[in-house]
Ligand binder design. Structure first.
Ligand SMILES: CC(C)(COP(=O)(O)OP(=O)(O)OC[C@H]1O[C@@H](n2cnc3c(N)ncnc32)[C@H](O)[C@@H]1OP(=O)(O)O)[C@@H](O)C(=O)NCCC(=O)NCCS
Length: 174
């Protein structure tokens, strides 16, 4: 599998050997603050998640990818596209997302990865529209999505919280 890269980060598919890295990310309560406040408590849970990612890579050709710093080769979390279903009344759509370890927040990495994968989706995968969702209260996420070129389209209820539906469309070059 080809390795992808942006300015300061590189990306690769997750493998079953990444369970410890994924556990560090998903057992962190700070990381899960706006993700339902339900961090994992057993490594088996991330093993199930990694298996679902392997399945998505196989079936859809895409899925969230592990992100690493180029200079220090540290795992920072994940970014990328996912073929998502049944959110805000949409049956199927391409979702851009990110989830980073707190020590790597505030450095522009989320924006860098989202900008990279949106361009990858448009130019390499030929996807015409990419969406994203975030809770309104998740200010860093909403700002990162806007900075990455998405536009707020509408809001919707997500388990009693206000969520924002974002979109970006491929520009057609004439
Ligand atoms: C959301 C998340 C990925 C943002 O990552 P990040 O690398 O810190 O984001 P960036 O550095 O690219 O910053 C994006 C923008 O948000 C701003 N921002 C970052 N943290 C912020 C905070 N706590 N409060 C307000 N603004 C913040 C940044 O300053 C930047 O805007 P600016 O350039 O106008 O200043 C990170 O906080 C995270 O992993 N959170 C936990 C998982 C999660 O919530 N994922 C998103 C689910 S929708």
């Amino acid at each position: 599998m080809m390795q992808l890269q942006s300015d300061r980060l590189y990306y690769r598919r997750f493998t079953p050997a990444d369970d410890v890295l994924m556990y560090a990310l998903d057992s962190n309560p700070e990381v899960h603050r706006y993700l339902g406040n339900n961090p994992v408590t057993d490594i088996c849970q991330v093993q199930v998640y990694i298996n679902s990612l392997l399945d998505q890579y196989e079936r859809n050709g895409i899925g969230r990818m592990a992100a690493f710093t180029k200079d220090t080769d540290e795992f920072i979390g994940w970014g990328g596209l996912k073929l998502e279903h049944n959110v805000n009344g949409r049956e199927q759509f391409y979702d851009i997302g990110y989830r980073l370890l707190p020590q790597f927040w505030g450095k522009g990495y989320a924006t860098e990865s989202a900008t990279f994968f949106i361009d990858y989706g448009f130019t390499t995968l030929n996807i015409p529209v990419i969406n994203a969702t975030a809770l309104r209260a998740n200010i860093a996420s909403c700002k990162g999505l806007i900075k990455s070129g998405l536009t707020e389209i509408e809001t919707f209820d997500y388990n009693g919280d206000e969520a924002v539906w974002f979109e970006v469309r491929r520009k057609l070059s004439l």
